[in-house]
Design a protein around this ligand. Sequence first.
Ligand code: SF4
Length: 419
Amino acid sequence: MTMRPNDSGAAMADQQAADDVDRRQFLKVLGVTGVGTAALTGCSTDRVAKLVPYMVQDENQVPGIPTVYASTCTECATGCGVHVITREGRAIKLEGNPEHPVNAGTLCSRGQAGLQALYNPDRIGAPLAKNAAGGFDEITWEDAIARLAARLGQAGNRVAAINGYGPSTFSQLLEGMVGQLGGTTVSWQPFAREAESRANQRTFGRDALPAYDFGAARYIVSFGADFLETWGPTMEQSRGFAASHGFNDGTMARHVYVGPRMNLTGANADEWLDVAAGSEVYVALLLARAAAAAKGSPLAGDLARWTAAEVSARTGIDAARLTRIANEFAAATPSIAVAGGIAAQHRGAIDLCHAVNLANVAAGNLGQTVNFGLGSTPTAGYGAVQGLFARMERGEVAVAIVHEANPLYAMPKSGNFQA
Ligand code: SF4
């Protein structure tokens, strides 16, 4: 109870009565849930509708004893393993699964907050159908399934699906179903790392994303890739970074961040090169040149023009500082250079990622800290979704199913996607 000093005695009595009622309601709820389960909405007792004890006790639910289920976090595409702690049928806490190879028991703050999505009062709790006025009406599941089945029956093979976060069991089921109907499925995420996969196609001839071993690297240079917070499997990378950047046997890896914007990864760097957006590529070429010269790589001749003086003139960073960083990168074995995030979202992004690939090749990092075959398959990207939208405009798609993607919100206006 919170009262101000000048509140009247009557007001205090009213408040006391209200508190007593709340306390009684609270104890009543506790008493009933102790022997059964509660049909509560959210955490508030205001909207209690019904309290129904089990007629047949679920063997996995013991009142007062938490039941823990292993599951997967879907807050981002990393897919960390989680333990969902439940009490009386309700999830109450998420923890990292210590036996999961990606996160090994850790969870980021976004994963920890996953329960907020489960209990968010704005979460849609039933199928909705658009009405003539442009609003939505709640319909039953039976009605929704019947409507969808009828539409699919009429559409024939003119069916398409957009899959967001994946791969999941449901996304595979959806893709299989649409494929059986003769339709097409596009996997799409707003930050699909397209520039990286295109650059890998140019450098290595493979449209794939490698796995990066930050734990083994002795020198880390990130070009805009926020690998501790938003880029790649952040929990796995954070553990690797903590291992290599921690003080072990008298040494620790050094971390340089290159980019105009400070983020969590930049804030954890030993050194920050705040170059202008779009000029990161010159620093990457300097690293590649230094590594090629140090390791006797045949790339050295092609990269000869990217001297510290040339890169300094283009970036505004002191040439002596650039030379020191390039030489440190070239001398460290193994090192790692990564590009992504905001630095891979402009018209020079593929060139930057290609230059970073050259730096890794020249430094001998392939198979050491950069491992193809262990990474992920890139999603189709913006171009594929645009192709699908063009087909929809031509009337070639009668039913479009969107699963865990939000193109109306995330696509630029030029994407021309309309509900
Ligand atoms: S990185 Fe965070 S948000 Fe992404 S899957 Fe793991 S815990 Fe969830």
